[in-house]
Write a protein that binds this ligand. Sequence first.
Ligand code: ATP
Length: 607
Amino acid sequence: MSAEVSTQIEAIDEEIRENTLEKNKLEQRIQSLKQKRDDLKNLYNRKIADEQGDWQVWLDEFPWSKKIQEVLENTFHLEKFREHQIAAINATLSKKDTILLMPTGGGKSLCYQLPAFIESGLTLVVSPLISLMDDQIHKLRTLGITAYKMSAGEPSDTKTTVYGYLNKQKGPVIKLLYISPEMLVKSKKLVSALQACHKAGNLNRIAIDEVHCTSEWGHDFRPDYRYLGLFKNLFQGVPIIGLTATATTFVLNDVREILEIPAAIVIRAPFDRPNLLYKVNPKPSKFNLCVEQINKIIEDDFKDCSGIIYAISIKECEDIAKALREAGRSVCLYHAQLTNEAKVKIYNKWMKNTYQIVVATVAFGLGIDKPDVRFVIHFSLPKTVEDLYQQAGRAGRDGLPATCIVLYRLADYLKHTGYAKSKKDIEGASDVLKYILNLRNCRHSLIGFFFEEDNAINCKTMCDNCLRSTQPEYFCLKRACHEIYQTIDEAKKKENDLTLIKLIDSWFKLFKVQISKEDAEDIVAHLLSNRVLKEEKNYTAYNVICYFNKAYENPPKDSINVYMVRNAALRRYLGPLPSQENGQNIKKHLKGGKPSSSKRQKVNALD
Ligand SMILES: Nc1ncnc2c1ncn2[C@@H]1O[C@H](COP(=O)(O)OP(=O)(O)OP(=O)(O)O)[C@@H](O)[C@H]1O
């Protein structure tokens, strides 16, 4: 190469170096600006929340107090308000933007339906599930309240009625109009009719059900919910009321920002559902044994009771339904691939107890309101703690006791992380794993802490952890960790990858371990949950295979203390108990964490 060319190349290299340095500097600057922006937003949101002060001021007497009590009794045929309902109704009737957080089955719908009834003008209700709007509309019409829905498949006479009312205030006076967020995005005609209604001073309020779907940090994020951020511009001055059972402060702040309602009044009722008995059952490895277990639970405790079984896929639903039908149970199926018509038909038959059990995917959840559901069984692990709470929340809505059982096996967790599409999915699954592996805290408390509730609950009799006669013991997993690390090292020398089964087999063989495979799986689960082991995925054309690897080069020096249920073999293997850390109080896990608005804080509560 000539000297001239070499010089040119050197000059170019030099320029690349300089530009790379510049690029790195700019990237760092962008990062720090982003951080600064997020900090400012959080500070602002917290300030707003502080300024809102005490929600109890909304329990005072208002000019409409007498009227709402009359309507409650005479139109809704209910005796008295639940505390947070009055506050939400007063806030929204005062034309304030409001967000109401109330537990599943808490009675959120009343908080926009009753105001809609007593005021003139229209309440627009955004709801995520078309199939359930019919149910709501049917209930409202039975009470003598005119409600309609607008969806693409609506008959033309319904559309004519709705447009006639929106555009010209002609025809029957519509009190509530239900739409899906998708409809709002798809139909310009509907949006301009709503604008005409607003211009005529006839759009009173916008209710957004399951408002957490707006935030991508909330579970069930629905991209079309993002467009609801246009409401404040499209319909200026119209108050919004958002309703949800599942939102952390972080999600709530995100929702307020997206909907452009930073000063919304937040009314938050405790999340706990004291009448639900939460349990986690070990799941047999064979499908038919799982179905046998479920069938026995139903036979023993819920023979003629209404219930829901949640499965992870349509195929799993079909298999469970088939097996239960063969066992003589009256079962129907519900999943996203059914037509809206079929969904409504199945839902109605289950509501009328024509079917005892519905086997369903997550498609059957939000808004399902059958009072006497006595059991909810998760055949496979729910993907997030929110899903668990929402789906379990379909049970016991009449306030009477109901049981919610999760069948757990580590393999199901690995399926979730294997198919996870994002970091958020993985975080969701590992939160559930922490909930499952926690044997010492009341499960009501664990769920409460997940939603950042401060009061530790001791249900005494309404979760398996409180009911357990043999208390879990505190073990150190250091020895197991050393052995498993060596097992992985040995496998690597032979260029072998270790699936869960292979890992346990090789570990048992190498160290002549004499504990049960279930205990071994539990130990691996704890090591995964403590991030001492990690999973690595291998994608094939048909499957995702999960291999186990060390998270560190060497086993951590610190002890890895966990609670496990006592059994002689496990005790012999794990040796003497480490000195008992004061681990009874989960609150301590929250100390020293990030500020309360941080999403990750909730995770610590599940440790
Ligand atoms: N004040 C009240 N007194 C008695 N029952 C009530 C009261 N308010 C509502 N309910 C009843 O509680 C049930 C649940 O109400 P609703 O469907 O509004 O719950 P939700 O809060 O939307 O729950 P989810 O988030 O789980 O869908 C309904 O059957 C409703 O009639």
